[in-house]
Structure formats: structure tokens, C-alpha cells
Design a protein around this ligand. Structure first.
Ligand code: CAA
Length: 241
């Protein structure tokens, strides 16, 4: 197994944290990018010995500088996991312009901001693995998530298009679409709504971050080169597309 440099955005909490650990356990040099929660990031670094880097994925220039610092420390990024994402749930008639823009910028602009700075190197070296984290709600829609669902549906189109561009250059691009997983992201969802959501999951439980991380670790393997442009649902059967 070749040890490669992997960059995971939102890599210190929730699903991203589990992905960072899974890639480290697979023998890769992992850079975990965070922005908001300093304390959680430091605790993650102390517990896992995984290197952490701080910048905002919605800022194109910050991504250029951040990726340069990762590459200086670990060498060219060969595996990119675009995981960072936020919610600002509200029905559209109550949604603010800021709710819309923040979500699109963090969840969708970040796809361009990160991928643009690594794609040329991946093409030149004839190897690259990009996994983008979508969502069940980008596939089926969700009350209160026009912003989030639009961003996550956008991730699928981005994935398919970049997969076509990378196919002849050893670069695979795939999407994982988690359902409801037990992470901090669910903290703001009211108990009555959570009950309804749980009742709609056929396997009868929330997903775990590790459920998703195992799939990501598989997709970035050297011998997964025939898998590209695909979206993998991990949602306990809640939505079958
Ligand atoms: N379908 C139809 N109508 C609905 C509905 C639904 N799914 N949900 C709510 N409504 C109706 C309610 O019945 C209510 O109707 P009345 O006014 O006639 O009583 C009305 O819409 C208002 O509903 P709320 O009281 O829920 O409205 P609110 O403004 O208090 O809350 C909300 C809105 C914050 C969006 C809340 O509905 C909510 O939290 N929804 C869940 C959103 C969600 O699933 N987020 C996922 C977060 S995790 C994630 O995103 C990760 C991932 O990828 C899966």
C-alpha cells in the first residue's frame, strides 16, 4: 500500500474526524483542516497525533495558502476529501440571505476552492483521489433545507463533471451521500423532528461517522481506479436512489 498525502476538510469533528482517522489507519499522511472550533481541533490533534491546519474553505485564496502549507509539510496532495459543511436550516420564507450564502459558500464553493488547487498536480502525476461529501437531503430534498439541499445536489453535479475530466488522467472523483448520522450537526434538530426522522430509517438507527469513513477509505485506495463519478448512499435505507 502506497502511503499518500491526504487532506480532509472539516477533518477534526464529526464525519470528517472519522475519515481523518481511517485514512491515517490506512497508512496515509493526513492533514485535517478546521475553521470554527479551535478547542475541538486541538483535542483531536492531541488524541490522534494527526496534523491540523486552520483556514476557511469558502475563501479561495486561503485555500491556496493553506494547501501550499500542507504540501510543504507533507508533499503534494494526492487524496482530497471535501467534507466541510454546515447547515442553516429555515423554511425559505424565513431564510435570510446570509443563511443562503454561508451554506453555499462553505458547502459548494469549497469544492471549487480546494479542488482547483490540487487538480493540476494530480493530472500531472497521473494519480488523484477526490471524494466529495454530499447528503441524502441533496438527493431527496428536505423541509427547511433549500440552501443545504441545493449545495449538496450541486456536489453531485460537480463530482460527475470533474470525474469526466479526470478519467484519462488517473484522477477519480466520487461522492458519498450520508443520511442522518450521530454527529453535532443534528444537535439543533428538535426532538420531535428527530423522532420522525428516526422512524423513517429502515435499519432503525442513525448512521455513525465510521460508517461513512469506511466507504471513503475504500474509494481512495490505489486499486479503486475504476470507480469514478459515482454517488454512494449511506443512509440505512431511508432513501433509495
Ligand atoms: N413537511 C411538511 N410540512 C412540514 C414539515 C415537513 N417535513 N416539517 C414541518 N412542516 C410544517 C409544520 O407542520 C408546521 O406547520 P404549521 O405551521 O401548519 O403547524 C410548519 O411547517 C412549521 O414547521 P416548524 O414548526 O418545524 O417550523 P420552524 O420554523 O420551527 O422550524 C426547521 C423549521 C428549523 C427547518 C425545522 O423544521 C427543522 O429543524 N427541520 C429539520 C431539518 C433537517 O432535517 N435538518 C437536517 C440537519 S442534519 C443534516 O443536514 C445532515 C445531513 O446531511 C442529513
Amino acid at each position: 500500500m502506497t502511503s499518500r498525502t491526504a487532506l480532509v476538510t472539516g477533518g477534526t469533528r464529526g464525519i470528517g474526524q472519522a475519515i481523518s482517522v481511517a485514512l491515517r489507519d490506512a497508512g496515509h499522511r493526513v492533514a485535517a483542516v478546521y475553521h470554527g472550533d479551535e478547542r475541538a481541533a486541538k483535542a483531536f490533534a492531541a488524541a490522534t497525533s494527526i496534523a491540523i491546519f486552520k483556514w476557511y474553505v469558502g475563501d479561495f485564496d486561503a485555500c491556496a495558502a493553506g494547501i501550499a502549507s500542507v504540501e510543504k509539510a507533507f508533499g503534494p496532495v494526492e487524496i482530497l476529501i471535501n467534507n466541510a459543511g454546515i447547515t442553516r436550516d429555515a423554511a425559505l420564507h424565513k431564510m435570510t440571505r446570509d443563511d443562503w450564502q454561508c451554506v453555499i459558500r462553505t458547502n459548494l464553493d469549497s469544492m471549487f476552492n480546494l479542488s482547483r488547487h490540487v487538480i493540476e498536480g494530480m493530472r500531472e502525476r497521473h494519480f488523484g483521489r477526490i471524494v466529495n461529501v454530499g447528503s441524502i437531503n441533496g438527493q431527496k430534498g428536505q423541509f427547511g433545507q433549500t440552501n443545504y439541499a441545493a449545495s449538496k445536489a450541486g456536489v453531485v453535479g460537480f463530482t460527475k463533471s470533474l470525474a469526466l475530466e479526470g478519467a484519462r488522467h488517473g484522477v477519480t472523483v466520487n461522492c458519498v451521500a450520508p443520511g442522518y448520522c450521530a454527529t453535532d450537526m443534528l444537535a439543533h434538530v428538535r426532538d420531535d423532528i428527530m423522532k420522525t426522522i428516526l422512524a423513517a430509517i429502515p435499519v432503525g438507527r442513525l448512521g455513525t461517522a465510521e460508517d461513512v469513513a469506511r466507504m471513503v477509505a475504500f474509494l481512495v485506495r490505489d486499486d479503486a481506479g475504476f470507480i469514478t463519478g459515482a454517488t454512494f448512499s449511506l443512509n440505512g435505507g431511508q432513501y433509495m436512489s
